[in-house]
Design a binder for this molecule. Structure first.
Ligand SMILES: Nc1nc2c(c(=O)[nH]1)N[C@H]1C(S)=C(S)[C@@H](COP(=O)(O)O)O[C@H]1N2
Ligand SMILES: [Mo]
Length: 526
Protein backbone atom coordinates (compact mmCIF):
# COMPACT_ATOMS: atom_id res chain seq x y z
CA UNK A 1 0.00 0.00 0.00
CA UNK A 2 2.73 2.41 1.07
CA UNK A 3 4.69 1.38 -2.01
CA UNK A 4 1.78 2.11 -4.27
CA UNK A 5 1.38 5.61 -2.81
CA UNK A 6 5.09 6.29 -3.28
CA UNK A 7 4.77 5.16 -6.86
CA UNK A 8 1.86 7.55 -7.48
CA UNK A 9 3.73 10.45 -5.88
CA UNK A 10 6.83 9.82 -8.01
CA UNK A 11 4.66 9.56 -11.08
CA UNK A 12 3.02 12.88 -10.16
CA UNK A 13 6.36 14.60 -9.66
CA UNK A 14 7.62 13.32 -13.00
CA UNK A 15 4.49 14.53 -14.79
CA UNK A 16 4.87 17.97 -13.15
CA UNK A 17 8.54 18.07 -14.13
CA UNK A 18 7.78 17.21 -17.73
CA UNK A 19 5.09 19.89 -17.75
CA UNK A 20 7.41 22.54 -16.31
CA UNK A 21 10.27 21.67 -18.66
CA UNK A 22 7.87 21.72 -21.56
CA UNK A 23 6.53 25.10 -20.51
CA UNK A 24 10.03 26.55 -20.08
CA UNK A 25 11.03 25.24 -23.45
CA UNK A 26 7.82 26.59 -24.90
CA UNK A 27 8.27 30.17 -23.60
CA UNK A 28 11.87 30.06 -24.75
CA UNK A 29 10.85 29.14 -28.23
CA UNK A 30 8.17 31.84 -28.45
CA UNK A 31 10.78 34.33 -27.28
CA UNK A 32 13.34 32.92 -29.67
CA UNK A 33 10.88 33.37 -32.52
CA UNK A 34 10.47 37.03 -31.52
CA UNK A 35 14.26 37.43 -31.55
CA UNK A 36 14.32 35.84 -35.00
CA UNK A 37 11.70 38.35 -36.19
CA UNK A 38 14.20 41.15 -35.56
CA UNK A 39 17.04 39.25 -37.23
CA UNK A 40 15.48 37.40 -40.17
CA UNK A 41 18.91 36.50 -41.61
CA UNK A 42 20.06 34.83 -38.39
CA UNK A 43 21.47 31.32 -38.69
CA UNK A 44 21.91 30.59 -34.99
CA UNK A 45 20.09 31.94 -31.92
CA UNK A 46 21.28 30.95 -28.43
CA UNK A 47 19.78 31.74 -25.06
CA UNK A 48 22.18 33.25 -22.47
CA UNK A 49 20.71 32.65 -19.03
CA UNK A 50 23.60 33.58 -16.73
CA UNK A 51 23.91 37.21 -17.78
CA UNK A 52 22.90 38.60 -14.38
CA UNK A 53 25.69 36.64 -12.68
CA UNK A 54 27.86 39.60 -13.64
CA UNK A 55 28.18 41.94 -10.64
CA UNK A 56 27.99 45.17 -12.63
CA UNK A 57 24.82 44.04 -14.36
CA UNK A 58 23.12 42.66 -11.27
CA UNK A 59 23.88 45.81 -9.24
CA UNK A 60 23.25 48.49 -11.84
CA UNK A 61 20.90 46.91 -14.30
CA UNK A 62 18.57 44.78 -12.19
CA UNK A 63 15.95 44.80 -14.95
CA UNK A 64 18.10 42.52 -17.13
CA UNK A 65 16.77 38.93 -17.10
CA UNK A 66 18.42 37.04 -19.96
CA UNK A 67 19.86 37.62 -23.39
CA UNK A 68 20.21 36.03 -26.81
CA UNK A 69 23.29 35.58 -28.96
CA UNK A 70 22.54 35.89 -32.63
CA UNK A 71 25.21 34.29 -34.79
CA UNK A 72 27.52 34.38 -31.76
CA UNK A 73 26.99 38.06 -31.01
CA UNK A 74 24.99 39.50 -28.12
CA UNK A 75 22.02 41.12 -29.82
CA UNK A 76 18.84 40.78 -27.79
CA UNK A 77 17.93 41.30 -24.14
CA UNK A 78 14.90 40.30 -22.10
CA UNK A 79 14.36 43.02 -19.52
CA UNK A 80 11.67 43.57 -16.91
CA UNK A 81 10.51 46.62 -14.96
CA UNK A 82 7.56 46.89 -12.58
CA UNK A 83 4.75 49.02 -14.02
CA UNK A 84 1.34 50.00 -12.71
CA UNK A 85 0.05 46.51 -11.89
CA UNK A 86 3.07 44.24 -12.24
CA UNK A 87 6.16 43.48 -14.30
CA UNK A 88 6.37 44.63 -17.90
CA UNK A 89 8.67 42.25 -19.80
CA UNK A 90 10.34 43.65 -22.88
CA UNK A 91 12.52 42.23 -25.63
CA UNK A 92 15.07 44.77 -26.91
CA UNK A 93 16.97 44.02 -30.13
CA UNK A 94 20.35 45.65 -30.73
CA UNK A 95 22.93 45.64 -33.50
CA UNK A 96 25.88 47.86 -34.51
CA UNK A 97 25.39 50.24 -31.57
CA UNK A 98 21.75 50.80 -32.49
CA UNK A 99 18.56 49.81 -30.74
CA UNK A 100 16.70 48.26 -33.66
CA UNK A 101 13.37 47.87 -31.95
CA UNK A 102 11.46 46.35 -29.06
CA UNK A 103 8.57 44.03 -28.38
CA UNK A 104 6.42 43.65 -25.27
CA UNK A 105 6.57 40.03 -24.09
CA UNK A 106 4.23 40.23 -21.14
CA UNK A 107 2.47 42.82 -19.01
CA UNK A 108 -0.44 43.21 -16.63
CA UNK A 109 -1.27 46.85 -17.28
CA UNK A 110 -5.03 46.40 -17.36
CA UNK A 111 -6.15 50.03 -17.65
CA UNK A 112 -7.44 50.40 -21.19
CA UNK A 113 -5.13 53.27 -22.09
CA UNK A 114 -2.06 51.58 -20.57
CA UNK A 115 -2.55 48.59 -22.85
CA UNK A 116 -1.38 50.82 -25.68
CA UNK A 117 2.22 50.14 -24.62
CA UNK A 118 1.72 47.12 -26.91
CA UNK A 119 0.44 49.13 -29.86
CA UNK A 120 2.63 49.36 -32.93
CA UNK A 121 2.57 53.16 -32.90
CA UNK A 122 4.14 53.17 -29.43
CA UNK A 123 6.62 50.38 -30.17
CA UNK A 124 7.74 52.21 -33.31
CA UNK A 125 8.99 55.05 -31.12
CA UNK A 126 11.75 52.67 -29.97
CA UNK A 127 13.04 51.89 -33.46
CA UNK A 128 16.52 52.97 -34.48
CA UNK A 129 18.05 54.77 -31.53
CA UNK A 130 21.77 55.04 -30.78
CA UNK A 131 22.96 53.09 -27.73
CA UNK A 132 25.30 55.79 -26.46
CA UNK A 133 22.49 57.47 -24.50
CA UNK A 134 19.59 56.31 -22.44
CA UNK A 135 16.08 56.98 -23.68
CA UNK A 136 14.13 59.73 -21.97
CA UNK A 137 10.36 59.72 -21.44
CA UNK A 138 8.59 62.97 -22.39
CA UNK A 139 4.95 63.98 -22.12
CA UNK A 140 4.20 65.66 -25.41
CA UNK A 141 6.94 66.81 -27.78
CA UNK A 142 9.98 64.94 -28.98
CA UNK A 143 12.84 67.41 -28.87
CA UNK A 144 15.90 65.18 -28.72
CA UNK A 145 16.62 61.94 -30.56
CA UNK A 146 16.50 59.99 -27.27
CA UNK A 147 13.04 61.31 -26.35
CA UNK A 148 10.15 58.85 -26.25
CA UNK A 149 6.69 60.37 -26.13
CA UNK A 150 4.63 58.52 -23.53
CA UNK A 151 1.26 56.84 -24.03
CA UNK A 152 -1.18 59.57 -23.03
CA UNK A 153 -2.35 59.05 -19.46
CA UNK A 154 -0.10 56.03 -18.91
CA UNK A 155 3.05 57.63 -17.50
CA UNK A 156 3.91 54.83 -15.10
CA UNK A 157 3.49 52.05 -17.68
CA UNK A 158 5.41 54.03 -20.33
CA UNK A 159 8.24 54.72 -17.87
CA UNK A 160 8.41 51.01 -17.02
CA UNK A 161 8.98 50.22 -20.72
CA UNK A 162 11.63 52.95 -21.00
CA UNK A 163 13.44 51.73 -17.85
CA UNK A 164 13.44 48.17 -19.14
CA UNK A 165 14.81 49.24 -22.53
CA UNK A 166 17.43 51.45 -20.87
CA UNK A 167 18.64 48.47 -18.85
CA UNK A 168 19.10 46.61 -22.13
CA UNK A 169 21.03 49.56 -23.57
CA UNK A 170 23.21 49.64 -20.43
CA UNK A 171 23.92 45.92 -20.66
CA UNK A 172 24.74 46.13 -24.36
CA UNK A 173 27.14 49.05 -23.84
CA UNK A 174 28.80 47.23 -20.95
CA UNK A 175 29.18 43.91 -22.73
CA UNK A 176 29.98 45.05 -26.26
CA UNK A 177 31.77 48.37 -25.75
CA UNK A 178 33.04 48.06 -22.17
CA UNK A 179 31.19 51.26 -21.20
CA UNK A 180 29.66 51.49 -17.71
CA UNK A 181 26.57 53.67 -17.96
CA UNK A 182 24.46 54.94 -15.06
CA UNK A 183 22.28 52.71 -12.92
CA UNK A 184 18.74 52.02 -14.17
CA UNK A 185 16.17 51.01 -11.53
CA UNK A 186 13.72 48.19 -12.26
CA UNK A 187 10.88 50.10 -10.65
CA UNK A 188 9.31 53.40 -11.65
CA UNK A 189 10.48 56.29 -9.44
CA UNK A 190 8.13 57.26 -6.65
CA UNK A 191 7.78 60.88 -7.90
CA UNK A 192 5.96 59.51 -10.87
CA UNK A 193 3.31 57.99 -8.73
CA UNK A 194 2.84 61.52 -7.49
CA UNK A 195 2.80 62.46 -3.90
CA UNK A 196 0.77 60.78 -1.25
CA UNK A 197 -1.87 58.19 -1.92
CA UNK A 198 -2.98 58.23 1.72
CA UNK A 199 -4.28 61.76 2.08
CA UNK A 200 -6.14 64.52 0.26
CA UNK A 201 -6.88 68.19 0.90
CA UNK A 202 -10.03 70.28 0.90
CA UNK A 203 -9.29 73.92 0.05
CA UNK A 204 -11.39 77.06 0.42
CA UNK A 205 -10.71 80.78 0.22
CA UNK A 206 -8.78 81.18 3.44
CA UNK A 207 -8.18 77.71 4.71
CA UNK A 208 -7.72 74.04 4.03
CA UNK A 209 -7.70 70.69 5.79
CA UNK A 210 -5.83 67.53 5.01
CA UNK A 211 -7.61 64.26 5.69
CA UNK A 212 -5.89 60.89 5.63
CA UNK A 213 -7.04 57.29 5.43
CA UNK A 214 -7.18 57.12 9.24
CA UNK A 215 -8.72 60.49 10.14
CA UNK A 216 -11.48 60.01 7.59
CA UNK A 217 -12.93 57.27 9.82
CA UNK A 218 -13.56 59.80 12.60
CA UNK A 219 -16.48 61.48 10.80
CA UNK A 220 -20.07 60.21 10.75
CA UNK A 221 -20.17 57.59 8.04
CA UNK A 222 -22.83 56.74 5.51
CA UNK A 223 -23.12 53.31 3.96
CA UNK A 224 -25.03 53.06 0.71
CA UNK A 225 -25.72 50.74 -2.22
CA UNK A 226 -24.83 52.67 -5.36
CA UNK A 227 -24.56 52.04 -9.09
CA UNK A 228 -21.70 53.44 -11.15
CA UNK A 229 -22.86 54.17 -14.69
CA UNK A 230 -19.95 54.60 -17.08
CA UNK A 231 -20.03 56.83 -20.13
CA UNK A 232 -20.04 53.61 -22.14
CA UNK A 233 -23.26 52.57 -20.39
CA UNK A 234 -21.86 49.71 -18.30
CA UNK A 235 -23.24 49.57 -14.78
CA UNK A 236 -21.44 48.36 -11.65
CA UNK A 237 -23.06 47.97 -8.24
CA UNK A 238 -21.14 48.78 -5.08
CA UNK A 239 -21.74 49.21 -1.40
CA UNK A 240 -19.67 52.22 -0.39
CA UNK A 241 -18.76 53.71 2.95
CA UNK A 242 -17.45 57.13 3.91
CA UNK A 243 -18.48 60.54 5.24
CA UNK A 244 -20.28 63.03 3.02
CA UNK A 245 -18.46 66.19 2.01
CA UNK A 246 -21.22 68.15 3.78
CA UNK A 247 -20.47 66.38 7.10
CA UNK A 248 -16.73 66.98 6.80
CA UNK A 249 -17.23 70.69 6.08
CA UNK A 250 -19.64 71.07 9.00
CA UNK A 251 -16.79 70.09 11.36
CA UNK A 252 -14.89 73.08 9.97
CA UNK A 253 -17.94 75.34 10.44
CA UNK A 254 -18.42 75.51 6.69
CA UNK A 255 -21.69 75.03 4.86
CA UNK A 256 -21.50 73.35 1.46
CA UNK A 257 -24.61 75.31 0.43
CA UNK A 258 -22.58 78.55 0.57
CA UNK A 259 -20.52 77.49 -2.43
CA UNK A 260 -21.22 77.88 -6.13
CA UNK A 261 -19.47 74.65 -6.95
CA UNK A 262 -16.56 72.33 -6.18
CA UNK A 263 -13.63 71.15 -8.27
CA UNK A 264 -12.37 67.61 -7.68
CA UNK A 265 -8.88 66.63 -8.86
CA UNK A 266 -7.36 63.15 -9.02
CA UNK A 267 -3.69 62.22 -8.59
CA UNK A 268 -3.56 61.46 -12.33
CA UNK A 269 -4.60 65.02 -13.19
CA UNK A 270 -8.23 64.16 -13.85
CA UNK A 271 -10.53 67.04 -12.95
CA UNK A 272 -14.24 67.57 -12.76
CA UNK A 273 -16.45 70.43 -11.61
CA UNK A 274 -19.65 69.84 -9.70
CA UNK A 275 -21.99 72.83 -9.83
CA UNK A 276 -24.44 74.16 -7.24
CA UNK A 277 -27.45 72.47 -8.85
CA UNK A 278 -25.86 69.05 -8.51
CA UNK A 279 -24.70 69.73 -4.95
CA UNK A 280 -28.24 70.73 -3.97
CA UNK A 281 -29.97 67.56 -5.13
CA UNK A 282 -27.44 64.90 -4.18
CA UNK A 283 -24.66 64.09 -1.73
CA UNK A 284 -20.95 63.77 -2.39
CA UNK A 285 -19.74 60.68 -0.51
CA UNK A 286 -16.01 60.55 0.16
CA UNK A 287 -15.80 56.77 -0.15
CA UNK A 288 -12.77 55.03 1.37
CA UNK A 289 -14.33 51.58 1.42
CA UNK A 290 -16.12 49.67 -1.35
CA UNK A 291 -17.83 46.31 -0.80
CA UNK A 292 -16.36 46.12 2.69
CA UNK A 293 -12.78 46.51 1.54
CA UNK A 294 -10.34 49.42 1.42
CA UNK A 295 -10.10 50.98 -2.03
CA UNK A 296 -7.38 49.58 -4.29
CA UNK A 297 -4.14 51.61 -4.58
CA UNK A 298 -5.24 53.17 -7.89
CA UNK A 299 -8.35 54.65 -6.25
CA UNK A 300 -6.95 55.58 -2.79
CA UNK A 301 -7.31 57.61 -0.63
CA UNK A 302 -10.97 58.27 -1.54
CA UNK A 303 -13.26 58.17 -4.53
CA UNK A 304 -16.05 60.74 -4.78
CA UNK A 305 -19.37 58.94 -5.15
CA UNK A 306 -22.28 61.02 -6.45
CA UNK A 307 -25.12 58.48 -6.47
CA UNK A 308 -27.29 60.55 -8.83
CA UNK A 309 -24.56 61.38 -11.33
CA UNK A 310 -22.69 59.54 -14.09
CA UNK A 311 -19.21 57.97 -13.87
CA UNK A 312 -17.20 61.09 -14.81
CA UNK A 313 -18.13 62.62 -11.42
CA UNK A 314 -16.88 59.60 -9.47
CA UNK A 315 -13.30 60.80 -9.23
CA UNK A 316 -10.74 58.21 -8.22
CA UNK A 317 -7.54 58.85 -6.21
CA UNK A 318 -8.75 62.27 -5.07
CA UNK A 319 -5.92 64.65 -4.12
CA UNK A 320 -7.78 67.97 -3.89
CA UNK A 321 -11.29 69.28 -3.49
CA UNK A 322 -11.57 73.02 -4.12
CA UNK A 323 -14.61 74.95 -2.93
CA UNK A 324 -15.59 77.84 -5.23
CA UNK A 325 -17.26 80.91 -3.66
CA UNK A 326 -17.95 82.37 -7.02
CA UNK A 327 -18.24 81.13 -10.54
CA UNK A 328 -18.77 83.91 -13.02
CA UNK A 329 -22.06 83.16 -14.75
CA UNK A 330 -22.03 82.87 -18.51
CA UNK A 331 -23.19 85.88 -20.46
CA UNK A 332 -22.29 85.07 -24.04
CA UNK A 333 -22.15 88.13 -26.26
CA UNK A 334 -20.05 86.86 -29.15
CA UNK A 335 -20.58 83.65 -31.10
CA UNK A 336 -17.68 82.76 -33.38
CA UNK A 337 -17.38 80.23 -36.21
CA UNK A 338 -14.46 77.90 -35.48
CA UNK A 339 -12.76 77.78 -38.91
CA UNK A 340 -12.28 81.52 -39.56
CA UNK A 341 -11.51 82.09 -35.87
CA UNK A 342 -8.45 79.82 -35.94
CA UNK A 343 -7.30 81.09 -39.34
CA UNK A 344 -3.64 82.02 -38.91
CA UNK A 345 -3.01 79.75 -35.91
CA UNK A 346 -0.46 77.14 -36.88
CA UNK A 347 -2.08 73.72 -36.37
CA UNK A 348 -0.35 71.40 -33.94
CA UNK A 349 -0.15 67.81 -35.13
CA UNK A 350 -1.08 66.07 -31.91
CA UNK A 351 -0.46 62.34 -31.85
CA UNK A 352 -3.19 60.75 -29.78
CA UNK A 353 -3.45 56.99 -29.48
CA UNK A 354 -1.69 56.45 -32.77
CA UNK A 355 -3.46 59.04 -34.89
CA UNK A 356 -1.80 62.35 -35.72
CA UNK A 357 -4.41 65.03 -36.34
CA UNK A 358 -4.59 68.79 -36.62
CA UNK A 359 -5.22 70.39 -33.27
CA UNK A 360 -5.21 73.88 -31.89
CA UNK A 361 -4.04 74.90 -28.43
CA UNK A 362 -6.90 76.47 -26.50
CA UNK A 363 -4.61 79.16 -25.10
CA UNK A 364 -4.13 80.48 -28.64
CA UNK A 365 -7.88 80.74 -29.11
CA UNK A 366 -8.35 82.46 -25.73
CA UNK A 367 -5.75 85.02 -26.80
CA UNK A 368 -8.14 86.13 -29.54
CA UNK A 369 -10.91 87.04 -27.12
CA UNK A 370 -11.29 90.53 -25.65
CA UNK A 371 -11.55 89.24 -22.10
CA UNK A 372 -11.15 85.89 -20.37
CA UNK A 373 -12.49 85.67 -16.83
CA UNK A 374 -10.50 83.16 -14.81
CA UNK A 375 -13.33 82.83 -12.28
CA UNK A 376 -15.47 81.40 -15.05
CA UNK A 377 -15.32 78.04 -16.72
CA UNK A 378 -14.34 76.70 -20.06
CA UNK A 379 -17.28 74.58 -21.14
CA UNK A 380 -17.50 72.02 -23.93
CA UNK A 381 -20.69 70.42 -25.22
CA UNK A 382 -21.11 67.40 -27.50
CA UNK A 383 -23.84 66.43 -29.98
CA UNK A 384 -25.19 63.93 -27.42
CA UNK A 385 -25.57 66.70 -24.82
CA UNK A 386 -22.54 65.73 -22.67
CA UNK A 387 -21.12 68.90 -21.12
CA UNK A 388 -17.78 69.24 -19.41
CA UNK A 389 -16.45 72.21 -17.46
CA UNK A 390 -12.76 72.88 -16.97
CA UNK A 391 -10.98 75.65 -15.12
CA UNK A 392 -9.54 78.31 -17.40
CA UNK A 393 -6.11 77.84 -15.80
CA UNK A 394 -6.20 74.16 -16.76
CA UNK A 395 -7.08 74.70 -20.42
CA UNK A 396 -4.71 77.60 -20.96
CA UNK A 397 -1.67 75.44 -21.51
CA UNK A 398 -1.20 72.12 -23.23
CA UNK A 399 -4.89 71.60 -23.74
CA UNK A 400 -6.07 71.18 -27.30
CA UNK A 401 -9.08 70.91 -29.52
CA UNK A 402 -8.44 68.31 -32.18
CA UNK A 403 -10.45 69.32 -35.23
CA UNK A 404 -9.54 66.57 -37.65
CA UNK A 405 -9.84 62.77 -37.68
CA UNK A 406 -11.83 60.41 -35.51
CA UNK A 407 -14.34 61.88 -33.04
CA UNK A 408 -13.38 65.46 -33.98
CA UNK A 409 -13.93 68.07 -32.76
CA UNK A 410 -12.66 66.64 -29.49
CA UNK A 411 -10.65 67.88 -26.50
CA UNK A 412 -7.24 66.32 -25.81
CA UNK A 413 -4.41 66.93 -23.35
CA UNK A 414 -1.35 64.99 -22.19
CA UNK A 415 -3.21 63.58 -19.18
CA UNK A 416 -6.31 62.76 -21.09
CA UNK A 417 -7.16 59.11 -21.29
CA UNK A 418 -9.59 57.55 -23.74
CA UNK A 419 -13.15 57.90 -22.45
CA UNK A 420 -12.60 61.29 -20.84
CA UNK A 421 -13.07 63.28 -24.03
CA UNK A 422 -15.98 65.38 -25.20
CA UNK A 423 -16.38 63.96 -28.70
CA UNK A 424 -18.21 65.55 -31.63
CA UNK A 425 -18.34 68.95 -29.98
CA UNK A 426 -21.09 71.33 -31.10
CA UNK A 427 -19.47 74.30 -29.34
CA UNK A 428 -17.31 75.48 -26.47
CA UNK A 429 -17.35 78.67 -24.46
CA UNK A 430 -15.76 80.93 -21.87
CA UNK A 431 -18.03 83.33 -19.96
CA UNK A 432 -18.41 85.83 -22.86
CA UNK A 433 -17.35 84.03 -26.04
CA UNK A 434 -18.73 80.89 -27.63
CA UNK A 435 -17.23 79.06 -30.59
CA UNK A 436 -19.40 76.79 -32.72
CA UNK A 437 -18.74 73.95 -35.11
CA UNK A 438 -21.63 74.39 -37.58
CA UNK A 439 -21.08 70.93 -39.07
CA UNK A 440 -21.96 69.44 -35.64
CA UNK A 441 -24.46 72.11 -34.58
CA UNK A 442 -26.58 71.02 -37.52
CA UNK A 443 -27.52 67.89 -35.55
CA UNK A 444 -29.06 69.77 -32.63
CA UNK A 445 -30.82 72.83 -34.12
CA UNK A 446 -33.81 73.45 -36.38
CA UNK A 447 -32.87 73.37 -40.06
CA UNK A 448 -34.40 74.39 -43.36
CA UNK A 449 -33.31 74.47 -46.99
CA UNK A 450 -31.90 77.43 -48.89
CA UNK A 451 -31.02 77.00 -52.59
CA UNK A 452 -30.98 73.24 -52.05
CA UNK A 453 -28.54 73.48 -49.13
CA UNK A 454 -29.19 72.56 -45.51
CA UNK A 455 -29.48 75.73 -43.42
CA UNK A 456 -29.26 76.14 -39.61
CA UNK A 457 -31.60 78.54 -37.85
CA UNK A 458 -29.37 81.30 -36.41
CA UNK A 459 -31.63 81.80 -33.39
CA UNK A 460 -31.16 78.16 -32.34
CA UNK A 461 -27.41 78.28 -32.91
CA UNK A 462 -27.06 81.36 -30.69
CA UNK A 463 -29.33 79.94 -27.96
CA UNK A 464 -27.50 76.58 -27.97
CA UNK A 465 -24.16 78.39 -27.74
CA UNK A 466 -25.47 80.18 -24.64
CA UNK A 467 -26.43 83.63 -25.89
CA UNK A 468 -29.49 85.11 -24.13
CA UNK A 469 -31.57 88.24 -24.82
CA UNK A 470 -34.68 89.94 -23.53
CA UNK A 471 -37.53 90.95 -25.87
CA UNK A 472 -35.32 92.24 -28.63
CA UNK A 473 -31.69 92.22 -29.63
CA UNK A 474 -29.54 93.84 -32.29
CA UNK A 475 -26.73 91.72 -33.69
CA UNK A 476 -23.62 92.89 -35.47
CA UNK A 477 -22.34 90.64 -38.24
CA UNK A 478 -18.56 90.41 -38.73
CA UNK A 479 -17.01 88.55 -41.68
CA UNK A 480 -13.83 86.50 -41.92
CA UNK A 481 -11.83 89.57 -42.98
CA UNK A 482 -12.85 91.11 -39.65
CA UNK A 483 -15.08 93.63 -41.41
CA UNK A 484 -18.40 94.78 -40.05
CA UNK A 485 -21.04 93.72 -42.56
CA UNK A 486 -24.40 94.73 -41.19
CA UNK A 487 -26.66 94.73 -38.19
CA UNK A 488 -29.54 92.29 -37.78
CA UNK A 489 -32.64 93.40 -35.90
CA UNK A 490 -34.67 90.94 -33.86
CA UNK A 491 -37.14 90.12 -36.67
CA UNK A 492 -34.27 89.56 -39.10
CA UNK A 493 -32.47 87.30 -36.67
CA UNK A 494 -35.57 85.10 -36.42
CA UNK A 495 -35.32 84.49 -40.17
CA UNK A 496 -31.54 84.18 -40.49
CA UNK A 497 -29.80 80.96 -41.50
CA UNK A 498 -26.32 79.51 -41.63
CA UNK A 499 -25.16 77.42 -44.60
CA UNK A 500 -21.89 75.49 -44.81
CA UNK A 501 -20.00 75.64 -48.13
CA UNK A 502 -16.40 74.37 -48.37
CA UNK A 503 -15.68 74.92 -44.69
CA UNK A 504 -17.04 78.48 -44.87
CA UNK A 505 -20.22 79.57 -43.19
CA UNK A 506 -22.60 81.67 -45.24
CA UNK A 507 -25.24 83.82 -43.50
CA UNK A 508 -28.64 84.37 -45.13
CA UNK A 509 -31.51 86.54 -44.01
CA UNK A 510 -34.54 85.11 -45.73
CA UNK A 511 -33.20 84.22 -49.18
CA UNK A 512 -30.65 87.05 -49.22
CA UNK A 513 -26.97 86.32 -48.72
CA UNK A 514 -25.55 88.62 -46.01
CA UNK A 515 -21.99 87.23 -46.14
CA UNK A 516 -20.51 84.06 -47.62
CA UNK A 517 -17.82 83.87 -44.93
CA UNK A 518 -19.10 84.64 -41.46
CA UNK A 519 -16.65 85.04 -38.56
CA UNK A 520 -19.00 85.98 -35.76
CA UNK A 521 -22.26 87.43 -34.61
CA UNK A 522 -22.14 89.71 -31.57
CA UNK A 523 -24.65 91.54 -29.45
CA UNK A 524 -24.72 95.25 -30.02
CA UNK A 525 -24.55 96.57 -26.48
CA UNK A 526 -25.63 100.13 -27.32
N1 LIG B 1 -8.89 60.00 -11.10
C1 LIG B 1 -9.72 59.64 -12.11
N2 LIG B 1 -11.02 59.44 -11.83
C2 LIG B 1 -11.88 59.10 -12.83
C3 LIG B 1 -11.44 58.95 -14.16
C4 LIG B 1 -10.05 59.13 -14.41
O1 LIG B 1 -9.58 58.99 -15.55
N3 LIG B 1 -9.23 59.47 -13.36
N4 LIG B 1 -12.34 58.64 -15.16
C5 LIG B 1 -13.73 59.02 -14.89
C6 LIG B 1 -14.66 58.52 -15.89
S1 LIG B 1 -14.75 59.39 -17.37
C7 LIG B 1 -15.48 57.45 -15.64
S2 LIG B 1 -16.68 56.98 -16.76
C8 LIG B 1 -15.33 56.65 -14.41
C9 LIG B 1 -14.93 55.24 -14.76
O2 LIG B 1 -14.92 54.49 -13.59
P1 LIG B 1 -14.30 53.03 -13.53
O3 LIG B 1 -12.90 53.13 -14.06
O4 LIG B 1 -14.36 52.61 -12.10
O5 LIG B 1 -15.15 52.17 -14.42
O6 LIG B 1 -14.35 57.17 -13.52
C10 LIG B 1 -14.18 58.57 -13.51
N5 LIG B 1 -13.19 58.92 -12.52
MO1 LIG C 1 -15.77 57.86 -18.84
Amino acid sequence: MANKRKYIIILGIMAALVFVLFRLNDTASVEEQKVADFFPEARKIQLVNDISDDVFISLNLPAVRRAYMVDDQMKAYVVSCVGYNGPVNVLAAMEDDRLIGIDILEHEETLDYAQHIESDWFLERFMDHGTSRYLNLVVLDKENPEDIVQVTGATVSSQAVVNAVNAAIGAYQYQINGVEMERVPDVVPQEMWQKDSNSFAINWKDGSIRINTETIKEYDQVEMDVTLVNTTGTETDFRVKGPTLRTVLKQEDLDLSDYEGIGITGRDGYYTMVDREKLEVGEVILAWEANGELLPEEEKPVRTVLPLELGPFWVKMVTNIDLYDEITPKDIDKVHMFNPLIEGIEPYLYEYYGSRDKSVEIGKILAKFDQVDTKGFFTMTATDGLTKNETISLVRQRYFIKYEGENAPMNIAPNFKLGMNVKHMTHFSTTRDAVVFPEKMVQVVRTSEINGMEALLLEDVLLTAGMRWKEWVDLRVIDADNNYVTELGYEEMMDSWLVQVDGKTGLYTGEDLVTDNLLRVEKDEN
